[in-house]
Design a protein. Structure first.
Length: 257
């Protein structure tokens, strides 16, 4: 070939090589985008699958945490039967009972808590204790006893710590892979936070609605009456004082005469 012809073919070969390199780069980018899209789809499907598998555990942890925080918001509405500060006692009983209930999960499980489905049933049954607590603070005909309400909160809180540990344990045991267990833990934590938020929100709403009577407000009228009586004793009526002074003056004038 002549030199012009060689130059022409060399430019043509470079053009083909550049085009081939661009096509390879574009195909690699398309494959990468397809791979990322496929991973996103797979991750979404995996998350849905994990959520379906641990659904009983999520329901159990939601009922457990929601009821515990919602009930604790109304300890101040418990009217003491004696001279004890029942609100403070209930607060610390709840904390220590919840703490005691957690290591109990290491003991052999009873027959009605062998599976995660049994866990949901027990979580629903536990709500009956919450109903008894609210009946105690809502109705005057309910017998008032400090030992009863403290024992009620103690059992309620022990079950709270116990069921919380079992919920997380059964959720992790439902999956075999580390990735699945990690995703299950994330879902359980989000359910925990959602239950806490809803409980606080409902507590504020119910408190603002005034559905329950504050024992301090109910006892306030009697205290005010006692205070007024005490003030009356300390500061008698000025009219009475004036009449006494007049009688004393008259008597004193009569004696002078």
């Amino acid at each position: 070939r002549s030199k012009p012809a060689l130059h022409y073919f060399s430019l043509k070969d470079e053009t083909y090589a550049l085009r081939d390199s661009k096509s390879k780069a574009e195909s690699a980018a398309n494959e990468e985008r397809s791979s990322l899209l496929g991973n996103q789809i797979n991750n979404k499907k995996t998350k849905e699958m994990v959520a379906q598998v641990i659904r009983p555990c999520r329901v159990a942890i939601f009922l457990n945490i929601w009821s515990s925080i919602f009930t604790a918001a109304f300890f101040a509405y418990v009217k003491p039967a004696g001279n004890r500060d029942t609100e403070v006692i209930l607060y610390f009983v709840r904390l220590f009972s919840d703490l005691v209930g957690r290591p109990l999960a290491r003991l052999p499980r009873p027959w009605f808590l062998k599976t995660k489905d049994n866990l949901v049933v027990v979580a629903w049954v536990r709500l009956l204790l919450m109903a008894v607590f609210f009946a105690y603070i809502a109705f005057d005909w309910f017998p008032k006893n400090d030992y009863f309400v403290v024992g009620l909160v103690c059992v309620f809180s022990v079950l709270s710590g116990y069921l919380a540990v079992l919920s997380y344990e059964y959720a992790a045991a439902s999956l075999q892979t580390k990735a699945g267990q990690s995703m299950a833990g994330t879902l359980m934590n989000s359910t925990f936070q959602m239950a806490a938020f809803i409980a606080v929100l409902m507590g504020v709403i119910v408190s603002e609605l005034g559905l329950f009577t504050d024992p301090l407000e109910s006892d306030g009228s009697g205290d005010d009456d006692d205070l007024l009586t005490a003030e009356g004793d300390l500061y008698p009526d000025t009219n009475s004082v004036a009449s006494v002074d007049d009688n004393s003056s008259s008597l004193f004038s009569g004696e002078i005469r």
